[in-house]
Design a protein around this ligand. Structure first.
Ligand code: ATP
Length: 369
C-alpha cells in the first residue's frame, strides 16, 4: 500500500454517499478537484462539508462510491496510507514541544532522516523560522495556525485539507491568514481543499468554489462565475446578496425572456436563465442597481426601471453605502452605491427614488419549491 502515499493527479469523488443510520449526510456526490488548485467547499452548517473532507482523509469511509487521486483508488485505505494531510481549526499542536519539534514530530516518528531539516524547510515556507524555538502556548492563534500548516506540509502530501482552519481567529487576522494561505498554496503548488461556511473567505481564496447544500453540490465554478451567474436560488443567496422576485415568463424578445411583475415587463438573457417557461426567480445583484432621485428620462434600450419607491434604510460601510428601497409590488431591494464623492450620501431614509438596471446583468433561476 506504500504507493498510495505518492499518488499524483486530480482528486475525484465518484458518486460518494455517506449515511449515518437513516440520515444521508453526503448524497451521491461527484466532484473533481484539479491537481494544484485551491478548492473551497462552501456551505451552511450541517450540509456535509466536513463529512466530505473526512472521507477524503480516510477518517470516514463512504457508504458507497469511490475516492480517487488520479487513477489510484483510495477508498478503504487508512488515513496514513493516503497522500493527504488535514489542518484542523483546533491546531492540535503539542504544547510541551517547541515549534520545530512539533513540525519534526511526524517525520521523526516515521524514522525519516533529516527530520529537523525538513521541519526547518516547512517553517520557512510559512515564515515561522524565527519562532522555531517557541512553544505553542507562547504564540498567537495566527502563529499557531501557521505551525499547524507547516506540520501538515512537512509530510509532503499531494492534497492538503483545511477544515475551517481560520474559524478561531479574529476578523483582521483571518483576512491576513487568507492571503497567507493563498501565498503558501501558490508557492508549494499542492492541491488545497478548504472547508468553510464563510462565502467571502471561499471567494477570496479559492480558484474554484463548490457550493454544498443538503449533502449535494449545487454549483461549482470560479468565484466570479458563481457570483455573476448563479444557477440556483440557494447559490444566488448564499454567495453575496441577491435581489430576487418571483415572476412568470410572458414572452421572448430575441435573446431575452420577458417576465412580468406588478404590471411591468423585465428582460433576462436566455443564457442567464435556468428556466425557460413558467415562473422564475428574477435576480439582480445590489451593485447592479442604480438609484435616481427623479424619474429618469434617459433610459437606454436595455434598461429596466421601477418606481417610485421609498428608501427605508441607509447604511454607510466606508467603501460603499447600502440602501434598502421599497417599491410597491416588489420585495425590499438592496442597493450598493460606491462612495466616490467627498459627501457620498445624498439620499436619505424616506426619500422617493427610482431603481434601474441593465437587463443584461439580470439572472433567473428556478423559484423555491
Ligand atoms: P459544520 O459547518 O457545522 O461543521 P458541515 O457542513 O461540515 O457542518 P458535517 O459535519 O459534514 O456538516 O455534518 C453533516 C450532517 O451529518 C450533520 O447533520 C451532522 O449532524 C451529521 N453527522 C456528521 N457526523 C455524524 C455522525 N458521526 N453520526 C451521525 N450524524 C453525523
Amino acid at each position: 500500500m506504500g504507493e498510495l502515499r505518492t499518488a499524483k493527479g486530480d482528486l475525484h469523488l465518484d458518486r460518494v454517499t455517506k449515511r449515518f443510520g437513516d440520515f444521508v449526510a453526503v448524497d451521491d456526490l461527484s466532484l473533481t478537484v484539479p491537481r494544484g488548485s485551491f478548492f473551497a467547499l462552501l456551505g451552511p452548517s450541517g450540509c456535509g462539508k466536513t463529512t466530505n473532507l473526512r472521507m477524503i482523509a480516510g477518517l470516514e469511509q463512504p457508504t458507497s462510491g469511490r475516492v480517487m487521486i488520479g487513477d489510484v483508488d483510495l477508498t478503504g485505505s487508512r488515513p496514513y496510507q493516503r497522500p493527504v494531510n488535514t489542518v484542523f481549526q483546533s491546531y492540535a499542536l503539542f504544547p510541551h514541544l517547541t515549534v520545530r519539534e512539533n513540525v519534526a514530530f511526524g517525520p521523526k516518528r516515521r524514522g525519516e532522516s533529516g527530520a529537523m531539516a525538513k521541519a526547518d524547510e516547512a517553517l520557512a515556507l510559512v515564515q515561522m523560522s524565527h519562532l522555531a524555538g517557541r512553544k505553542p502556548p507562547q504564540m498567537s492563534g495566527g502563529q499557531q495556525q501557521r505551525v499547524a500548516v507547516a506540520r501538515a506540509l512537512v509530510n509532503r502530501p499531494e492534497v492538503l485539507l483545511l477544515d475551517e482552519p481560520l474559524g478561531a481567529l479574529d476578523l483582521k487576522l483571518r483576512r491576513e491568514m487568507q492571503v497567507e494561505l493563498k501565498r503558501i498554496q501558490t508557492s508549494v503548488g499542492l492541491t488545497f481543499i478548504h472547508v468553510t461556511h464563510d462565502q467571502e473567505e471561499a471567494m477570496t481564496m479559492a480558484d474554484t468554489v463548490a457550493v454544498m447544500n443538503h449533502g449535494r453540490i449545487e454549483q461549482q465554478g470560479a468565484p466570479a462565475e458563481l457570483y455573476d451567474l448563479p444557477r440556483t436560488r440557494f447559490v444566488a443567496r448564499f454567495l453575496g446578496q441577491a435581489n430576487l422576485f418571483d415572476a412568470p415568463i410572458v414572452g421572448t424578445d430575441g435573446d431575452y425572456l420577458i417576465v412580468e411583475n406588478a404590471g411591468q415587463r423585465f428582460g433576462v438573457k436566455k443564457s442567464r436563465s435556468t428556466v425557460t417557461s413558467g415562473t422564475v426567480s428574477y435576480g439582480v445583484r445590489p451593485e447592479k442597481l442604480r438609484l435616481d432621485e427623479t424619474e429618469p428620462t434617459d433610459l437606454r434600450p436595455n434598461e429596466c426601471l421601477v418606481g417610485p419607491g421609498r428608501v427605508t434604510d441607509v447604511s454607510f460601510t466606508g467603501v460603499s453605502t447600502q440602501y434598502i428601497v421599497e417599491v410597491p409590488g416588489f420585495p425590499p431591494a438592496s442597493v450598493f452605491e460606491q462612495n466616490l464623492d467627498v459627501d457620498p450620501i445624498v439620499t436619505h431614509v424616506g426619500d422617493e427614488v427610482w431603481l434601474r438596471w441593465n437587463a443584461s446583468h439580470a439572472f433567473a433561476v428556478a423559484p423555491e419549491e
